[in-house]
Ligand binder design. Structure first.
Ligand SMILES: [Zn+2]
Length: 165
């Protein structure tokens, strides 16, 4: 009797499982978006140093051209929008306490501005050498307290990402 029940139930459960995979999971966290329009092309991946004082790469570099629109990856408020050591930097504080950073950016927002995910916060600035002078890029960072996190984890895992060769 039990094997018969199992066999009868299987066709019913299978479509439910497929349906469940296709639906977005309910979540309290806001939807995050890429900070640039179009395909997300990583030219240098997140590579945190094993110790805070050692060299590493505390964010991801995304392929972008000077003048490209830079967008807030999530909702929050602007806590920094100015030059830092000669580079324009914008920092957005999100409701969960994490901060996203964007550079080099010529800001079109000011400290205290409230932004939604996808709102324009500035344009990619020129004259930066972070990408080695080969290509221009947006350095996108994610911090929680003093820790640096991989901002790519904010994005929908299903979103296509072009990784460096
Ligand atoms: Zn970088």
């Amino acid at each position: 009797m039990i094997p018969v029940l199992a066999a009868a139930a299987a066709p019913l459960l299978a479509p439910l499982a497929v349906l469940g995979l296709g639906l977005p999971l309910p979540s309290a966290s806001p939807a995050w978006v890429a900070p640039l329009d179009g395909d997300v092309r990583v030219v240098r991946a997140f590579d945190p140093p094993p110790r805070a004082w050692l060299p590493g790469h505390r964010g991801v570099d995304l392929d972008a051209d000077p003048g490209d629109t830079v967008r807030a990856a999530g909702p929050g408020s602007v806590t920094f929008a100015s030059d830092l050591a000669g580079r324009g930097v914008v920092v957005v504080l999100h409701p969960d306490g994490r901060r996203t950073t964007y550079e080099p950016v010529t800001a079109t927002v000011s400290v205290g501005d409230v932004v939604r995910a996808g709102d324009r916060i500035g344009v990619l600035a020129t004259g930066d050498t972070h990408c080695g002078g080969i290509v221009s890029c947006l350095h996108w960072g994610l911090r929680r307290g003093r820790d640096y996190l991989d901002p790519m984890r904010l994005l929908d895992p299903g979103r296509p990402v072009l990784l460096p060769p």
